[in-house]
Ligand binder design. Structure first.
Ligand SMILES: C[S@@+](CC[C@H](N)C(=O)[O-])C[C@H]1O[C@@H](n2cnc3c(N)ncnc32)[C@H](O)[C@@H]1O
Length: 221
């Protein structure tokens, strides 16, 4: 079963022998990839929509993986089962992810790893989870077609971060690879365009964007 580079990269960040909850699994491509890696990984693949769940079940049956992947029709973390140690959520907005965690805060205490690939509001997601007992163990960029995605691996524990760490990502800042420059050059350009378009009376918003432009320029120079 074919899997894109983004999902593959997420899958490769999962620890051996994990018991994962893949929230918003869609067609369960990531779940199937995970258990086929042969690293003793088990998965609950869950989605809030019936259509994806039915296709996920069909794909899992076709691969004869019913004993390793349980499928659930459920909202957010509602399909959590005792023993799950890793939560994976990808391909959703960051605020949606935060909402999912807020509805089930007690589950955050029970898991050791959270792997996320939010489409936006990455800074807010990082702040939220670091406030709730996690630190950022790893961060990866992945380019799939013309988009560049962030993948963030959170682990249980505490670390001190500055605002700049949340904005750029503490591990991204350390690695500063080619995709870091490409990603933040795009972020810079989109803010410059937004600043051009924003009416002058949006003072606070304009000030925030100017600050971010300054921050990005300094980091890229
Ligand atoms: C764009 S797809 C991403 C699929 C896959 N995770 C990926 O990264 O390619 C988003 C999926 O999340 C599901 N979803 C959205 N909100 C959800 C929620 N609160 N709980 C569970 N699934 C949700 C949608 O039904 C959809 O199948």
């Amino acid at each position: 079963m074919k899997i894109n580079d983004r999902l593959k990269k997420i899958g490769d960040l999962v620890d051996d022998a994990s018991f994962c909850l893949d929230v918003g699994c869609d067609h369960a491509l990531l779940s199937i990839y995970l258990v086929k890696k042969g690293k003793n990984i088990r998965v609950i693949a869950s989605d809030v929509a019936l259509g994806p769940v039915l296709i996920a079940e069909k794909n899992i049956r076709r691969e004869h993986l019913e004993d390793k992947i349980k499928v659930a029709l459920a909202d957010g973390l509602d399909s959590y089962s005792e023993g799950v140690d890793t939560i994976i959520i990808s391909g959703m907005g960051g605020r949606n992810m935060i909402g999912i965690f807020k509805r089930n805060l007690s589950i955050l205490k029970k898991v050791k790893t959270i792997l996320l690939s939010p489409n936006n509001y990455q800074k807010d997601v990082k702040k939220f989870l670091c406030k709730h007992g996690f630190y950022i163990e790893d961060e990866e960029f992945v380019k799939d077609k013309k988009f560049i995605y962030q993948i963030i691996k959170f682990s249980k524990g505490k670390k001190k971060y500055w605002q700049k760490d949340y904005f750029f990502g503490p591990v991204f800042l350390k690695k500063k690879d080619m995709l870091f420059y490409e990603y933040y050059l795009r972020e810079l350009k989109s803010r410059e365009v937004l600043l051009e378009l924003l009416p002058k009376n949006y003072r606070l918003k304009r000030l925030l964007i100017k600050r971010e432009i300054h921050l990005i320029k300094r980091e890229l120079s």
